[in-house]
Design a protein around this ligand. Structure first.
Ligand code: MG
Length: 392
């Protein structure tokens, strides 16, 4: 029996690469695909991978899309389409690669039906780790990381247990603006910020790499995935992006995971887990690569790391605040409304307002339970976006 995979966000960069991995890997089948807007690519993908269910979140495209789908395919449209897709297709694995907090509700649906979660959407854990992780544990659902650094940590952890970890280190390429001075980076154009040196990714994450906010989010993600306190989570700049993560154990021994930068590796590992997929890729040639360099995270980049530690220490809804503020600020930058240099200060300001909101009138209304709810996190998400809009 093939392992049935549902792909949320199939038309994005990770979604497309997931479909390639499935086509290349015996034993895997895409049983359902869903996207927000790109109905043309969704129709092409459906023709190639023959899923049982296709979902489109924007209902305006449903009529046109349905004309291009095989009669046997069930089409679901509307704001809850991705959750319905999971209920309808009953997959073994849900790979979630939608951008931003839109992945929250479908993730909870996947846990409800007991599907394994392959998580490429880091915002899910950043915003809602305090809801998603306990729910997954209670349901006995595995959360497998698709993020390259976390896949690396997960693989290194085969050498020991979480309790034996002294420290994990995730690497950062430094992003597209790493060699610019602060003044140059602050004034960088959208085009410059979108030219990533080693990884080919979607626009949001490419900007996050340039600000290093991607590492902030990944630190929080690592905290939830591996149950680690902030002081055990470290970041180092590694321009070649060959080492993705390292785990130092209690005996001082460090295990690192190395591979050419290629997201299909982590995708294939998560979809084939607990087996290792056989992949037709060339061997890593360290002699040809020549040198692996490392630099401390400092200067304008250091704030992103402090933010990561701050959010993990705060817990609660702080992750939602930082994530939503970042999403809104990045969108404003991509739409030429703010300069690159304003992204981090905007996030800082919103977190400040949040930290002081308990004692001011400007605070979102949350449930009175001690435990943060998913609805609280969505309320906070909306509140933080409004703060960014006000700051603009
Ligand atoms: Mg990553």
């Amino acid at each position: 029996m093939d392992k049935r995979v549902a792909i949320l966000g199939s038309t994005g960069s990770i979604g497309c690469q997931t479909l390639e991995v499935i086509a290349e890997t015996p034993g895997l089948r895409a049983c359902a695909i869903g996207a927000r807007d790109n109905w043309k690519l969704l129709a092409e993908q459906a023709a190639a991978c023959k899923p049982d269910v296709v979902a489109i979140v924007n209902p305006d495209h449903a009529a046109e899309l349905s004309k291009h789908l095989d009669k046997s395919v069930k089409l679901i449209a509307g704001p809850d389409a991705l959750s319905e897709l999971i209920r309808e297709s009953k997959p073994n694995v849900v790979l979630t690669a939608v951008v931003g907090s839109a992945g929250l509700k479908p993730t909870m649906t996947a846990i409800e039906i007991g599907a394994t979660l392959a998580l490429a959407n880091k915002e899910t854990l950043v915003c809602a780790g305090s809801v998603v992780v306990p729910a997954a544990r209670a349901a006995g659902v595995d959360i497998l990381p698709v993020d390259s650094e976390h896949s690396g940590i997960f693989q290194c952890l085969a050498a020991g247990t979480c309790k034996e970890v002294r420290k994990i280190t995730i690497t950062s390429s430094g992003g597209s603006l790493r060699d610019m001075s602060d003044a140059e980076a602050n004034a960088a154009t959208v085009k410059e910020a979108l030219s990533h040196p080693t990884w080919e990714m979607g626009p949001k994450i490419t900007i996050d790499s340039a600000t290093l906010m991607n590492k902030t989010l990944e630190m929080i993600e690592a905290h939830w995935l591996f149950d680690l306190p902030p002081e055990k989570i470290d970041v180092v700049i590694h321009p070649q992006s060959i080492i993705h993560a390292m785990v130092e154990f209690c005996d001082g021994s460090v295990i690192a995971q190395l591979a050419e930068p290629d997201m299909k590796g982590p995708i294939a590992y998560a979809l084939s887990y607990p087996d290792r997929p056989t992949r037709n890729v060339k061997s890593l040639d360290l002699a040809a690569i020549g040198k692996l360099e490392f630099r401390a995270v400092q200067g304008r980049f250091a704030r992103a790391i402090e933010l990561g530690h701050h959010v993990i220490r705060d817990g609660g809804a702080a992750g939602s605040v930082v994530n939503a503020a970042n999403e809104a600020a990045v969108e404003a930058f991509l739409n030429d409304k703010i300069t690159f240099g304003r992204i981090l200060p905007i996030i800082d300001s919103v977190l400040d307002i949040w930290d002081n909101s308990q004692t001011s009138s400007n605070s979102p209304t949350l449930s009175t339970d001690k435990q943060v709810t998913l609805q609280d996190l969505l309320t906070v998400d909306e509140w933080a976006r409004k703060q960014v809009a006000d700051l603009l």
